[in-house]
Design a binder for this molecule. Structure first.
Ligand code: SAH
Length: 277
């Protein structure tokens, strides 16, 4: 499995920011009200506590969410930590057709909040995890992002749809080639640069990056990814051996990295010369 959430770890507290105190509370994003859990249990009710600390971002996300068409996203926005409810990310995800990035045989599963196979033993991440990681990068249009593990190309397409310039590195040539075609078909080719190779070394061509996202898990953070990250920018990376990985959101400062969020996850390993890194 790749890119699935195992459990929410202690981090920014999950706080509802809407509706304002005194108004009836809505437990689920309106766009999901008519949807039923699928057989993977993909649609789950939102979790949260009554409003305490309304934040502008949470409110924007909630308002935006209420305007989404019913085909929007396969998870309730409220499941994301408040700080990671980014309307720009959710909007881009609603625009990029995830079904195009997986096999047609998967049918309805393409719309569910689950990781799915993309061939060669690799998987496309669970949409919740894509939303979490993309929002955690805190990037804006025009920024440059390095992605390690192109896979299907979906994550790169989401970033490119947000107006980000993506430098993406994939070890397996066949996956990189298919991702390139899909990104091209969606009219995003000018914003995505592809490279086939070992992402352990990053991609110096676009450095310094405004964000680095790694979608395969090494057992330790590759030094090149820190080097190629700009000051004050974020690295989002699952780290650890299979079965005990943590998604880490780190910000690069003058004196080192600061950890902002973490989440227990399951990703495919970052492979180096045939072995897990
Ligand atoms: N971001 C992808 C999912 C990635 S799955 C998507 O949106 O679909 C992880 C990917 O990392 C796989 O395609 C795997 O081949 C790739 N990978 C594993 N080790 C790698 C390495 N050392 N360098 C680059 N890519 C690697």
């Amino acid at each position: 499995m790749c890119g699935v959430i195992i459990e929410q770890m202690a981090e920014v507290p999950l706080v509802f920011t809407y509706p304002r105190p005194g108004r009836p509370r809505q437990d689920r994003c309106p766009l999901l009200q008519d949807r039923r859990p699928n057989r993977h249990g993909g649609i789950v009710p939102g979790v949260g506590v009554p409003p305490k600390d309304p934040s502008h971002e949470g409110l924007r996300a909630a308002l935006w969410c209420s305007m989404l068409p019913a085909v929007g996203l396969p998870f309730p926005v409220e499941r994301l930590p408040v700080a990671l409810r980014d309307p720009r990310v959710l909007e881009a995800m609603a625009k990029v057709p995830r079904a195009r990035f997986v096999s047609e045989d998967l049918g309805e599963e393409a719309e569910a909040d689950v990781a799915l196979p993309i061939g060669f033993g690799q998987t496309i991440s669970q949409p919740y995890v894509v939303a979490y990681m993309t929002a955690a990068l805190r990037v804006s249009p025009g920024h440059r992002v390095l992605e390690i593990g192109t896979g299907s190309g979906y994550q790169a397409a989401v970033l490119a749809t947000m107006g980000v310039e993506v430098y993406t590195v994939e070890l397996l040539p066949a996956l990189a080639e298919r991702a390139r075609r899909l990104v091209d078909d969606l009219g995003l080719a000018t914003r995505v640069h592809f490279k086939v190779g070992d992402g352990w070394h990053g991609w110096p061509a676009g450095a310094p990056y405004d964000g680095v996202i790694c979608t395969a898990a090494p057992t330790s953070i590759p030094p090149a990814l820190i080097e190629q990250l700009g000051l004050g920018r974020r690295l989002v990376i699952p780290v650890g051996p299979t079965g005990a990985q943590t998604l880490r959101v780190l910000e690069k400062g003058e004196t080192g990295l600061t950890e902002l969020h973490k989440l227990a996850v399951a990703f495919v390993p970052l492979v180096r010369a045939g072995i897990e890194a």
